[in-house]
Design a protein around this ligand. Structure first.
Ligand SMILES: [Zn+2]
Length: 203
């Protein structure tokens, strides 16, 4: 019976968002991801691709719709599929293939890490992280993230448990996300002026 999961979609989306910002900091072709300080915050945050990464952070739990929770969707096999689709999408959209693929892989991969670090009381515990190479289930036992209820959501007990779990997720994942945002604003703000100087020097 699949009655609970860990962590909530909010925690997973926050981790996906943070992963996309972290990959944005990798040196290389970043100019297409910059926006001036005067741009709307959505553009400065990295617009649709960042949003897609937040969704990818939570996407693995779509397996709730089927009855095989935390199996193939929570594995390196699924991460590889996401990377291939992201690379194909980036190539079509004429975006840097490696960076877009890495962003999507990192965002999706955070889901595996968070679930591995979470509480799981349903047997078999954990995730089938190495599928299709192995069908073994893995869990850290660290219990960093409490479980969340996804059935009978509107009972007082479920709502209280979920609010507490979400507060803990935000307390753990929020600070790194805020730091990444602040570093992002500083690092990406320098790029246009750096490029302008370089282009000027090349002339
Ligand atoms: Zn999951």
């Amino acid at each position: 019976m699949i009655a609970a999961s860990m962590p909530s979609p909010i925690g997973h989306a926050l981790a996906g968002l943070a992963a996309s910002w972290a990959v944005d900091l990798v040196p290389g072709d970043r100019a297409w991801r910059t926006a001036p300080a005067s741009a709307p915050w959505f553009r400065r945050a990295g617009d649709g691709l960042t949003l897609a990464c937040a969704a990818l952070g939570a996407a693995a739990d779509l397996d709730h719709l089927f009855l095989t929770h935390r199996a193939a969707t929570h594995s390196i096999g699924a991460v590889a599929v996401v990377g291939l689709f992201a690379a194909a999408f980036a190539a079509r959209a004429q975006r840097p293939v490696a960076r877009v693929a890495l962003m999507c892989v990192a965002a999706y991969g955070t889901h595996l890490v968070l679930d591995w670090l979470g509480v799981d009381t349903s047997v078999p515990r954990g995730i089938q992280a190495l599928w299709p190479l192995s069908h073994e289930w893995f869990i850290s036992g660290i219990d960093l993230f409490p479980r969340t209820e996804r059935h009978e959501l509107w009972t007082v007990a479920a709502m209280a448990a979920n609010l507490k779990a979400i507060a803990q997720e935000v307390a753990i994942l929020g600070p790194p996300a805020v730091v990444l945002w602040l570093v992002r604003v500083k690092a990406l703000a320098r790029l246009p002026s750096q490029m302008a100087r370089r282009d000027h020097a090349a002339k």
